[in-house]
Design a binder for this molecule. Sequence first.
Ligand SMILES: [Zn+2]
Ligand SMILES: [Zn+2]
Length: 173
Amino acid sequence: MPALLYKLLPELAELGASSQVTGTLPLDVLSKGALSVDLRDGLAYDLLLSNTGNGILLTGSVSATGTTECSRCLEPASLELTGEVEGYFITNPRDEELELADDEFALVPANGEVDLAPAVSAAAIFELPQVVLCQPDCRGLCPHCGVNLNVASCDCASLLAADHPFAALGELL
Ligand SMILES: [Zn+2]
Ligand SMILES: [Zn+2]
């Protein structure tokens, strides 16, 4: 994953200091489980970093457009994503916070620089849907002969109708 390094300290060392960070993370692919989305123009972000006392709060949004396979017919399907970014960088850790640190709750290293890319990409990945369709009423592939029912038809449904002599065969398939 490309890094998005940002120097939090000393620039944002004072309570109430804030900074807006906008740009595009040059990511080509986002994936979750079996779903993989090719991004058209990377992942756009609009972030706000603000010092809240014990740490620096990260909020903002991400957006992207991309293509993937339709979950039903496997043809290309386009997708628009938006997500909310959240993170917290601890500048003055107490002991219990040292043990809790993870991707969204990270310690600021001695050089004051952190990588915002994990929080930005996680916000988009979180919004990836389970199912993507090329069109809302995609008819998918025939489960028996594999024809794309959006562009062609087949006789499988009538052959497998309950009153047909081959119906029992269809159930075996
Ligand atoms: Zn489809
Ligand atoms: Zn068929």
